[in-house]
Design a protein around this ligand. Sequence first.
Ligand code: UD1
Length: 421
Amino acid sequence: MGKYLVHHSGPLSGEVVISGAKNAVLPLMAAALLSEDKCVIRDVPQLRDVAFMKEILTSLGAEIEEVEENTISIVTEDIVSTEAQFDLVNKMRASILVMGPLLARKGRARMPLPGGCAIGARPIDLHLKGLEALGAEIIFKDTYVEARAGGQGLIGDTIYLDFPSVGATENIMMAAVLAEGVTFIENAAEEPEIVDLANFLNKMGARIKGAGTDTIKIEGVKHLSGAKHTVIPDRIEAGTFMLAAAITRGNVRISNAVPDHLKPIIAKLRECGVRIEVGDEYLIVRGDLGPQSATDIKTLPYPGFPTDIQSPFMAYLTTVEGASTVIETVFENRFMHVSQLRKMGASIETAGNKAIIKGNASLRGTQVMATDLRAGAALVLAGLAAEGVTEISEIYHIERGYEKFIEKFRGLGAVIERIDD
Ligand code: UD1
C-alpha cells in the first residue's frame, strides 16, 4: 500500500472541478437493483468505494458497463443472489444499502454485518427497525442478518427514526418504493444525497415526496423502470478544497459545486476571516486576504455542520489565531486524527466529544497515518501548511472517497508525491 509525501505548499491557486458525490452515487447504484431495466448514472467518481459497490451489485446479478468515462449503465434483469458476500460487505459499510432494494424486489436479503471506516460503533438498528415496520422479519444468525418479507410482500407504515440516519433513511426509502400502500419516514435525514436518491427513484417511477425535509412520504408502486441521472457534486470534496485554500492562505475557484449544500462551511470559514464569493455553480475561496481567527464548530445532521468536514476543519483551525472548540455529535469516535495532528505539532485537548484547538501551531512534517477517509484528508491539509515533508500512510482510506485527489491538489500548485511501499 502506498504513501503520500506532502511537501509544504502554497498558497494554492487556480481552479478545481468537483466530482460526483461518493455518498450520493453509492445509494443510486444500489437503487438500480430495483428495476430490471437499464439505469444510466453520469458523473460517477472513480473511487475504491464505487468499485466495491460495482463488485457487490455484480455478485447479485447486475451487469455494469462503463459507457464512457464517469458514466456507467446498470442492468439487473434478474437478481441471482439475495446474499451479499462477506469479503465485499466487510470492506464498505455502505454495502448495507443493497438490503432495501433486495428485500423490495425479491422479498429477502441476507447480509454480514457491515464494515467501513472505524469511526464508532455504527450500528444498523435503525435500518432494521424500518424494514421491520414494513413487515419484514429480521433474523440474526452468527455474524449475519437476514430480512424476509411475508407472503404479501412489504406493507407501507409510519416509521419514526430515533436519529436522522442517512443510510437508514435511504434503505427504508428504497424498500418502501415497491411496498403496498403508503410509508412515512419521520425524523428522516435531510441530506442532499437523500434528495438526489429520491429524484432518481422518482425518475424510475417511484412516488416520493418530502425528501430534503424531516418527513418523507412514499406511495408504493408495482414496478420501477430504468432512468438516467447525473450525480450531484460532492459537497465534502468541495469543503475539503475550500479548506485547502484557507489553510494555505490561497485563492481557489471551486467549480461544479452547489453553494446551497455548503452553507455551514461557508459560514464558518467566513467567521474565521476567509473571503468567499458565491456563484451559481462555483465558489471562489480567498484565504489570502488578511488574518484568520478561531471559531467554534458543532457537527450535526444536515443542514448542520457536516461531520465529514470536522477533521479537515480542525486541521485548518490549528493554523488560525486564537482557540477554537469542536464538538462532534454525530459519531462517537471521530477524533482519531487528533493524535496524528498532535504528532505534527498541533496543540489539541480533548474531553469526550469536545476538542479545544490552540491556534498558531507551528506544524512540521513527520510520519502520520490516515486512520479513516476524512482524517486522511485532514492530514493532507495539515501537511500542506507544515514545514518539511509529511509522510502519510494507510492512504487507501483517502482513495476510497476522493477522485484524483493528488492530481487535483497538484493542479492547484501543491507538491504531493505518491510512493509505493
Ligand atoms: C453517511 C455517510 C457518511 C457520513 C454520515 C453522517 C454515506 C455512504 N456515508 O453514513 O460519510 O459521515 O452519513 O453524515 O453516505 N446510527 C445508529 N443506528 C443506525 C444507523 C446509524 O445508531 O441504524 C448512528 C451511527 O452510529 C452514527 C449516526 O447514527 O452515530 C449517523 O449515522 P448515519 O447517518 O447512518 O451515517 P451513514 O449513513 O453510515
